[in-house]
Design a protein around this ligand. Sequence first.
Ligand code: DGL
Length: 264
Amino acid sequence: MSKQAAIGVFDSGLGGISVLHEIRRVLPYESLIYIADSAHVPYGEKTPEFIVQRSIAISQFLLEQPVKAIVVACNTATAAAVTQMRQRWPEVIIVGMEPAVKPAVQASKIGKIGVLATTGTLRSARFAALLERYANDVEVLTQPCPGLVELIEAGDLDGAQTSALLAGYVEPLLAAGCDTLILGCTHYPLIKPLLQSLVPASVQIIDTGAAVARRLHSELAKQDLLAAEQHPVDYFYGSGDVQKIQQTLGLLWPVPHPVAALEF
Ligand code: DGL
């Protein structure tokens, strides 16, 4: 595998762009191939079997490019599919992500944590295992957020509709006294400024993007696969309405990019 090969990153839609920013910050010379599976968003309301099938098909496509690593920039897809992906491609660097329970437990002063995530993530065995492992001595309140991902996909990052929906999801967590909130879905960091405007400044907001980028860096370094200094070339693909994807991407990524249609 060439060091100059790209890194493949995918999500159900554009949520993974929050992770892509962190990857670019930590690994500025790496070329990136991003896949938004927007025809099937939200993954959070799909069956694990469906998400496994999409994750395998997308990974297959990425490996054909080829890529030297795959980042599952989606908590829901990681919960449903990362085990099967690793079984199928044991030699490939596959970095997944899950809600930042451990850092939140360390950060919370009063031991009350709220987790905002998709229904799929919160229902998963992986999330249950995460709580079992790290959250025995704290109170964890979970809050699924149906509808939020669709609004973010449509580019409504701070409008009245997104604001009202988000406020309704956060309110019970604040009322219960949570001093730490976990963003357990990669779409949510894209509306962090809005969230910050809705919660007291004392509430800590934690997400996983930066940790994923650091992990990717260390996995690439271990296998001597870090790209040499170069001007990276990025590609974006999407399923579904690519024009709509491109419009929202324009709000989220600093450099304008065409979005190629994913034909499966
Ligand atoms: N961005 C995804 C996550 O991190 C999934 C959102 C969805 O499609 O439901 O969970």
